[in-house]
Design a protein around this ligand. Structure first.
Ligand code: OAD
Length: 236
């Protein structure tokens, strides 16, 4: 913890990669931990184009459930600590795999959303995208004005990340002195590859997680514990 504080104090450019774990203490279920299942489905069985093509209503029921969970939760001290850090570091990028919007609610300004937002929908026919903040979308599956099916505007397995966002994330990591990887199982690529990119660009990498992950052995420091407790201590 002491050396990470020192690195943060010296850093001119910091990148942060967050995953579902950073929102866990807000009460948002993660994807791969025991509490991550909805009914009997695994995330890999729902967050795909083929699942949506097979049963759009089922996939939307899952998103409605996630919307209802997210509508009740608030950012936690980990989110707030990252918003505070952004104000202190000259060059700062927060890269998130989360679609929940909690970083923005906590006051983070420069957020690169690799996986989109659960609060937006997109037509699979005309590609029109719009914000939809309703806690529960009625009459599933919802239909666009053009008659096409609306889907959540998030990135599913097998889909490419939004190109501009990904490029900005790569550039931020390459320019950083320090990358913090927080609350992600680091198994979903390409996001998980950002830690290797940071190392090969000469940045230090620090991981905060409850448990070790595939990248833990390759990084500079592993801080084990809940991000909602460790981040405020680190950034105080
Ligand atoms: P996962 O559910 O795979 O991993 C959550 C990670 O957070 C695990 O490594 C936990 O150990 C850790 N964790 C849980 N609680 C924590 C806490 N309080 N403090 C710190 N760490 C904690 O979630 P992601 O890695 O975000 O993508 O998953 C990556 C992507 O896979 C998601 O964006 C989503 C998912 O499928 C798509 O839907 C495409």
């Amino acid at each position: 913890m002491h050396s990470v504080r020192q690195w943060l104090a010296e850093a001119r450019s910091v990148a942060v990669l967050t995953g579902a774990g950073v929102s866990a203490e807000s009460g948002v279920p993660t994807f791969r931990d025991a509490n991550g299942l909805w009914k009997q489905y695994r995330v890999q069985d729902l967050a795909t184009q083929s699942a949506f093509a097979r049963d759009p209503k089922l996939v939307w029921e899952w998103y409605n459930w996630r919307r209802s969970v997210l509508a009740e939760v608030k950012p936690n001290p980990g989110h707030y600590a990252l918003a505070k850090l952004e104000k202190r570091i000259p060059k700062f990028a927060l890269i998130t795999q989360n679609v929940d919007g909690l970083h923005e609610l906590a006051g983070s300004r420069h957020v690169l959303r690799l996986h989109g937002s659960i609060w937006e929908v997109r037509c699979i026919a005309c590609a029109r995208q719009s914000v939809d903040l309703r806690v529960s979308i009625p009459d599933l599956p919802p239909i666009c004005e053009c008659g096409g099916l609306l889907r959540p505007a998030v990135v599913w397995f097998g889909e490419p990340l939004p190109r501009d966002v990904w490029r900005a994330a790569e550039a931020a990591v390459q320019a950083s002195d320090l990358l913090l990887v927080i609350g992600t199982s680091a198994v979903v690529y390409p996001a998980a590859g950002l830690a290797q990119l940071a190392k090969s660009s000469g940045a230090r990498v620090v991981e905060i997680n409850l448990a070790k992950t595939p990248i833990t052995s390759e990084i500079d420091e592993f801080l084990q514990g809940p991000s909602g407790e460790l981040l405020p201590r680190l950034i105080a």
